[in-house]
Design a protein around this ligand. Structure first.
Ligand SMILES: [Zn+2]
Ligand SMILES: [Zn+2]
Length: 377
C-alpha cells in the first residue's frame, strides 16, 4: 500500500483541487463504506481510498507525497494501517457534510427557486426605459392548505421510526471500531413527521403551479446582458417557504442604423464628395426624432460629428451618452462627359492634375485608426 498511487486510487488528476479530491472521496466512500458493503475486498478498497484521502486532503502530506515520500510509511502499521492522528472527524465530515451533532428534524418549508426570464427590448426601449407585462410560469401558495400540505382539518403525524427527530442513529462495528452514524430517517425523509392526508389541491407540496402576469418597470439605460433582480417575485418554496427571486435578463435587439457602445450610439452617413467639400446639412433620425446636423465645408472621410446628449440614458447616473456620426465621403464612380470635364477643370485650377500623393500625418494614419477602434472611439 505504501507504493500505491493515491491520485489513481481516488481517480483524480495530479493537479486536482482540494475540492475535487474531497468530492472524489465522498463519491467513492458512499459506494464502499463498510456499512453499505461489508465484503472484505470492498473494505480493503475503502481503506485504500481513505488512506489516499488522508494524504491528499492535507496540503503538507500531499506535498511530501508529491516529493516521493509516503507519509504512511514508518507510521504505526498497527491499527489497520492508519497512522497516529487519524483525522477521524474530517473523514466523518466528508461523509455527512456536517461536523456531526444532532440536527433535528428539517423543516418542510424551503425557499423557492430563483427564475430567470429573458426580455427582448429594442434600442429605444432600453435607452428610455419601458414598462412590460410579463407572463411567468411559477408556483404560488396553495390557498386550500396555506402551504402546510395537509388536507383541511388534519395534521401531520409524528414519525414513529425516528420519534420526530428526523434522523436515525446507528452504532456499527467496522474496522474503525465502533462508529456512531446518524442519517436522515428514511420513513419521513428527515421531516420528523408524516403527512397521511395530503392536501388534494397541491398533493402535499403546499404550492400550486400557475401562470402569473406581472408588470415590471425597466429602467432607462439597461443594455444587452443586464440582469434586473425582482426580489421575492420567483416561485414560492415548498411547504409554504419564502419565494425565490425573479431575474430579468435583458436582450437588446440590434438597431438597423445605430450601433451602441456603452451609452454612446454610433452611425455612419455617406455624403457625396461635393457636399463634403462645400458643406451641407443633414437630417438625422435620432432616438428623439429628426434633427438637423451641419456638415462643415472641407469635411474629410472618417471625420466624426458628435451630437452631445443624443445617446442612451446612463443607467446609474444622470445624463445621456452622445450620438457619434461617422462621415463617409463618397467619390463619384461614373462620370458623364460634362461632369468629367468640370472635374478636370477643377483639378487644373487647383494644380491637382498629377498630385504627388502624400503620406497622411501620424494621427490620421491606419494604425491610429486601428487603435481608436480598439479604444472604442
Ligand atoms: Zn394544498
Ligand atoms: Zn422519521
Amino acid at each position: 500500500m505504501a507504493n500505491s498511487d493515491y491520485y489513481a486510487t481516488l481517480g483524480v488528476r495530479r493537479d486536482a483541487s482540494q475540492d475535487e479530491i474531497k468530492k472524489a472521496y465522498r463519491r467513492l466512500a458512499r459506494e464502499l463504506h463498510p456499512d453499505v458493503n461489508p465484503d472484505p475486498t470492498t473494505q480493503e478498497r475503502f481503506k485504500e481510498i481513505t488512506q489516499a484521502y488522508e494524504v491528499l486532503s492535507d496540503p503538507n502530506k500531499r506535498q511530501m507525497y508529491d516529493l516521493g515520500a509516503d507519509p504512511f510509511q514508518g507510521a504505526s502499521a498497527g491499527a489497520g494501517g492508519f497512522g497516529a492522528g487519524f483525522p477521524f472527524s474530517d473523514i466523518m465530515d466528508a461523509f455527512f457534510g456536517t461536523g456531526g451533532g444532532s440536527r433535528g428534524p428539517r423543516s418542510r418549508a424551503r425557499r423557492g427557486r430563483n427564475a430567470t426570464i429573458r426580455v427582448e427590448l429594442d434600442l429605444k426601449e432600453s435607452a428610455f426605459g419601458t414598462t412590460r407585462e410579463l407572463h411567468v410560469d411559477t408556483a404560488v401558495l396553495c390557498e386550500v392548505c396555506s402551504g402546510a400540505g395537509t388536507a383541511p382539518g388534519t395534521h401531520p403525524d409524528t414519525c414513529d421510526m425516528c420519534n420526530g427527530r428526523g434522523e436515525i442513529q446507528q452504532v456499527t462495528r467496522s474496522f474503525l471500531g465502533q462508529v456512531m452514524t446518524s442519517r436522515p430517517c428514511p420513513q419521513c425523509s428527515g421531516f420528523g413527521s408524516i403527512i397521511r392526508h395530503p392536501c388534494q389541491e397541491c398533493a402535499g407540496d403546499g404550492r400550486v403551479r400557475t401562470r402569473r402576469t406581472i408588470k415590471v418597470r425597466i429602467p432607462a439605460g439597461v443594455e444587452d446582458g443586464t440582469h434586473i433582480q425582482l426580489a421575492g417575485e420567483g416561485e414560492i418554496g415548498p411547504g409554504g417557504g419564502p419565494p425565490g427571486d425573479l431575474f430579468l435578463e435583458i436582450v437588446e435587439r440590434p438597431h438597423e442604423i445605430f450601433e451602441r457602445r456603452g451609452d454612446d450610439l454610433h452611425c455612419t452617413v455617406q455624403i457625396p464628395m461635393t457636399a463634403a467639400a462645400l458643406g451641407t446639412s443633414l437630417t438625422i433620425e435620432t432616438l428623439d426624432g429628426p434633427e438637423e446636423v451641419d456638415v462643415r465645408p472641407g469635411t474629410q472621410s472618417g471625420q466624426v460629428i458628435t451630437m452631445y446628449g443624443r445617446g442612451v440614458q446612463r443607467l446609474s447616473e444622470s445624463g445621456r451618452g452622445d450620438l457619434l456620426i461617422h462621415v463617409n465621403v463618397e467619390t463619384p464612380m461614373r462620370l458623364e462627359p460634362a461632369q468629367e470635364e468640370l472635374l478636370r477643370e477643377l483639378a487644373k485650377l487647383r494644380g491637382e492634375e498629377r498630385p504627388p500623393g502624400k503620406f497622411a500625418p501620424g494621427q490620421q494614419g491606419f494604425f491610429s485608426r486601428l487603435r481608436d477602434a480598439f479604444n472604442g472611439r
